[in-house]
Design a protein around this ligand. Structure first.
Ligand code: GLY
Ligand code: MN
Ligand code: MN
Length: 441
């Protein structure tokens, strides 16, 4: 049984955050809002990842205020007040008392009191940390500061330093705790099993969204209420559209289908791509390109261990893919020059991967002091090389056009190397064809 993040861990995170900040400080993080879809219909609520990381509180219209002034720490939250009528229509609310009882807050207030109370609570704080790039929060903070300035003759002193919270908070999120690693393993494994099912049930003439329905069903039946992102299910040339999410075309025998789908489990994301033939058999051209992408996937993964530079792994993917495309005749010229001139970008136009965590494209800097950073134990990343031959690429023979392939795994960096958390879903041609022919994995 996998444990969820405990209140103890949420509280340790807040303490670890405050420890890294200048004294006489306050941290403000706001929750995600409800987002309207159309008319009276809203999207299913998903809490802001930073807000959840430090609170575990899953309601909209809330604001976290964490302060340390003269050594005294206060954890306070503004939330939606209890409201019988609103709760009948829109769902139960935790309310101020619920926060006091279940979330270890020192004080809780109704969010109706934000404009009045926040300026009072910030009085005397020197360093105010929040996510500086977020426009809606920025406007709110500046409103509270304006109120405080108007009260200066009453002795009110507004924060004088506005500081970027993301630098500190996101470095924390980048290194996953043991519990977070377990949740990511679970999200990866649910995602992996869904991809296996997709290979087993795939048939020509199915709509792309119908294949996705099998994936979503598996997610739901295994505790993932929503996916980490909208699935990409691209048959044939649709696989060459990197963020193809229309998923409204019919699958055709003879084409490949690229599926990029990941479950979200307890706020942690899986992110897997597999590409396989709709009729169960790779053509010669599909297989040739597939082997190049697979080689890049395997060799890049083998490089992953503490101390490896992020940039070196991407550069290796570029080398394998460029050299593969050159051998197959899709790129012509000298290898070194093809890399130097970035000719490979016509076919491999994205990075090898990204951090993975509560957000599918997770937070954390990729460079430090101008250099690609080195991997550390506890980081989680994707490895996702690809080759995409545009349908209208007249520089290559017609037989290659419209083939898009990506192979994506989720990888945890361990003390000595790495753990591929998505390894249960097949990726060699032999394994995929056997699975699709009804064999076991
Ligand atoms: N699913 C988005 C990505 O692979 O980056
Ligand atoms: Mn990815
Ligand atoms: Mn993906």
């Amino acid at each position: 049984m996998i444990e969820n993040i405990s209140q103890v861990e949420f509280s340790q995170r807040r303490a670890a955050l405050l420890q890294q900040l200048e004294d006489n400080c306050a941290v403000i993080i706001q929750s995600a809002p409800m987002v309207n879809r159309n008319s009276d219909v809203d999207y299913l609520f998903r809490q802001d990842s930073d807000f959840f990381y430090f609170t575990g509180f899953n309601e909209p219209d809330a604001v976290l205020l964490l302060t340390r002034v003269a050594g005294e720490v206060q954890y306070q939250v503004f939330c939606q007040p209890r409201d019988k009528k609103m709760e009948i229509w829109f769902g139960y609310r935790c309310g101020e008392q619920g926060l006091l009882d279940n979330f270890n807050v020192d004080a809780a207030y109704s969010n109706d009191l934000l404009a009045e109370k926040m300026p009072e609570l910030l009085n005397g704080v020197k360093n105010l940390y929040y996510s500086l790039g977020r426009v809606s929060l920025n406007e709110r903070v500046h409103g509270w500061l304006a109120t405080m300035r108007k009260r200066s003759r009453q002795g009110v002193i507004a924060p004088s330093h506005l500081l970027q919270l993301d630098d500190v908070a996101h470095e924390m999120r980048l290194i996953k705790s043991a519990t977070e690693q377990d949740l990511l393993r679970r999200a990866s494994e649910i995602s992996a099993q869904a991809h296996i099912i997709a290979m087993q049930v795939c048939k020509e003439q199915m709509m792309e969204f119908q294949l996705d329905a099998h994936i979503q069903h598996h997610f739901a039946m295994n505790g993932s209420q929503q996916a980490a992102y909208p699935s990409i299910v691209g048959g044939g040339k649709n696989a060459c559209v990197l963020h193809y999410i229309e998923n409204n075309q019919q699958l055709k025998s003879g084409d490949l289908v690229l599926i990029d789908a990941g479950a979200e489990y307890q706020y942690y994301a899986g992110d897997i791509t597999r590409t396989f033939p709709i009729n169960g058999k790779f053509s010669a051209e599909q297989a040739a390109l597939y082997e190049v992408v697979l080689q890049a996937n395997l060799e890049c993964t083998a490089m992953i261990k503490p101390g490896t530079s992020w940039g070196a792994i991407h550069d290796h993917a570029v080398l394998v893919i460029t050299s593969g495309l050159q051998s197959l005749g899709l790129l012509k010229g000298e290898l070194h020059e093809l890399i130097e001139s970035e000719s490979y970008r016509e076919f491999f136009m994205h990075k090898l991967g990204h951090w993975l965590g509560m957000d599918v494209h997770d937070v954390g800097n990729y460079k430090q002091a101008g250099e690609w950073r080195q991997l550390q134990a506890g980081m989680v990343m994707t490895v996702e090389p690809g080759i995409y031959v545009a349908i209208d690429n007249m520089d290559v023979e017609a037989r290659w056009r419209g083939i898009g392939i990506r192979i994506e795994d989720d990888v945890l960096i361990t003390a000595t190397g790495c753990e591929v958390m998505t390894e249960s879903v097949p990726k060699t041609i032999v394994e995929i064809e056997a699975l699709m022919a009804g064999g076991s994995v």
